[in-house]
Design a protein around this ligand. Structure first.
Ligand SMILES: [Zn+2]
Length: 192
């Protein structure tokens, strides 16, 4: 069974017949698009029959199930995307411009730091969403008899490793926020 076939089977088993399984280019580009109800699988997953490919496909199905049951954190994360993108792109330029302006730029620095908080919040919400999707994936693979017990164990390891990248992203964003606060948080006090 390929990743795409596993995804189809899992989705149907959950009564999700409105989600299309699509094929996207690239590696690690797999994602579920809740707006268009498309489950996109990458080259390395779509046609692959490996245990990890099926694990990734099932993980994306986990997101589709979250969407179906109205899992709060998935919707919350979705609503944070614009602010997080905005914050990731504009916080540093704002802070630097504000810093160059000196005392008068203090507000810009504060706005920039606040915008970066949206990035941290996004990563903070992403982590439980991803862990939940993987938990659902393992259950779905087991329930549908797609993987045998030994393979489920292997998949748990693969998905656990994938979750670590989200932990790393969260840790990196928190460290960056701390760096911003240390570098610029005390600026006004110094000026006074
Ligand atoms: Zn995910």
């Amino acid at each position: 069974m390929t990743g795409a076939q596993a995804a189809e089977r899992i989705l149907r088993s959950q009564g999700i017949d409105y989600v299309r399984v699509g094929h996207v280019r690239g590696n690690l580009t797999d994602h579920y698009d809740p707006k268009n109800k498309v489950l996109n699988l990458s080259d390395t997953v779509y046609n692959s029959t490996s245990v990890s490919a099926i694990g990734v496909a099932a993980h994306e199905c986990g997101h589709a199930v979250q969407d179906k049951v109205g899992y709060f954190l998935l919707n919350f994360r979705g609503s944070l995307v614009p602010a997080a993108n905005f914050g990731a792109q504009l916080s540093w330029p704002l802070i630097i411009i504000g810093y160059l302006f000196g005392g008068a730029g203090g507000t810009l620095v504060k706005v920039g730091i606040l915008m970066f908080c949206a990035v941290v919040l996004f990563h903070l919400v992403t982590l439980p969403v991803e862990l939940d999707a993987s938990r659902r994936a393992l259950r779905l693979l087991d329930e549908n008899g797609i993987l045998v017990e030994d393979e489920v164990k292997k998949t748990r390891k693969v998905l656990g490793a994938a979750a670590l990248t989200y932990v790393a992203a969260l840790a990196a964003s928190i460290l960056q926020l701390l760096r911003l606060l240390i570098l610029f948080g005390g600026q006004r006090r110094n000026d006074d």
